[in-house]
Design a protein. Sequence first.
Length: 307
Amino acid sequence: MTQTVSSAMVDWIAVDWQADRIAAVALGAKGIVGRRETREVASAGPQSHEAALLALIGDWLRPGGTTPVLACGALGARDGWIETPFRKVPVALDPAADLVAAPASDPRIQVWVVPGLSQERPAEVMRGEETRIAGFLAGNPDFDGVLCLAGITTKWVHVSAREVVSFRTAMTGELFACLSSHAALLRDPERAGRDDGAFAEAVGQTLSRPERLASELFSIRAEGLLRGIAPATARARLSGLLIGAELAAMRPYWLGQQVAVIGTGDILDAYVRGLAEVGIVAETADGASMALAGLAAIRAGMRTGTA
C-alpha cells in the first residue's frame, strides 16, 4: 500500500518488522499521518535492512533533517539489521529500556530497535511480541493475568504488576499451515467456510485426550475419503484439534486466570472460541494496534528521558 505524506508532517516513524512483512506508521503532531506495509522483506545484513526500510519510508523523511524511527521485531534478530540482546524474564516492562541504535548510513534516519525477551527454563525467546504486551499494558495498566498473543506461533504470557513473569510458545499456526498444504488433510485449504460445531467438538477431543492428536489428525483424511466431509468441516476439525492440544499444554497459563487474546482475523477468533470451550470469556485486542501503542509508549519514554 502506498500513501503520499508530506515529510513536514512526520515527527517520527513506528515500524513493526515481522519475518514476512514490514508495517510502518508515520506519526505527527495530530497522530497518525500515514501507513504503509510491504511483503518485500530484507535478506540478512544491515545494508539490506536499511535499503528495505528506505524503500518503504524514504519519501516520508525530511531532507537535511533526521527522523527518529522506532522498530520492533525481526530486524533485531541475529541475521537482522543489528542483533539486540534479550532481556531476561522475569522483567518489568519498561518499554523504553535497553533500546539499541541500528547503524544507519543514511543521515535522514536514526533507528532504535526494541530488545526482545528470553527465558532460561524452559528455553523461550520473543521478538516483537514484547512491544504488543507493552502496548496492551499501556491501555490496561492494572491487568494481572495471561496474554495470549495469537499468530503463526502463539505465545502465552503471564503478566503481573506490569512484569512479564514467564511465557511459553506453541507452534500451532505453523503446524496448521504445514498439515493443510503438505499432509493432504484438507482437499481445498483455501476455500472459505466455518463449521463451529466441528471446531468445538475437535477442541474437546484433544483438550481431554491430547495424546490422541496424531491419530485424530489422520481421521480427517479418512473421513474425507470415506464420507466426503465438507472443506469447512475438515478445516474446522484441523484447527480445533490443534488448538485443543495447545490448550491442554497451556492449562497452567489459562486455568483460573484473566485472559486477553491479542491478534487479528481468523486466528484471534479461533483462540477466543477455543477458550470459550473451557469457560473463559477472553478480552481481545488488535495486534497491529497494540504494536503501535507499545512503540508510542517507547517514544513517550524517550521524550521524558527514560531511554
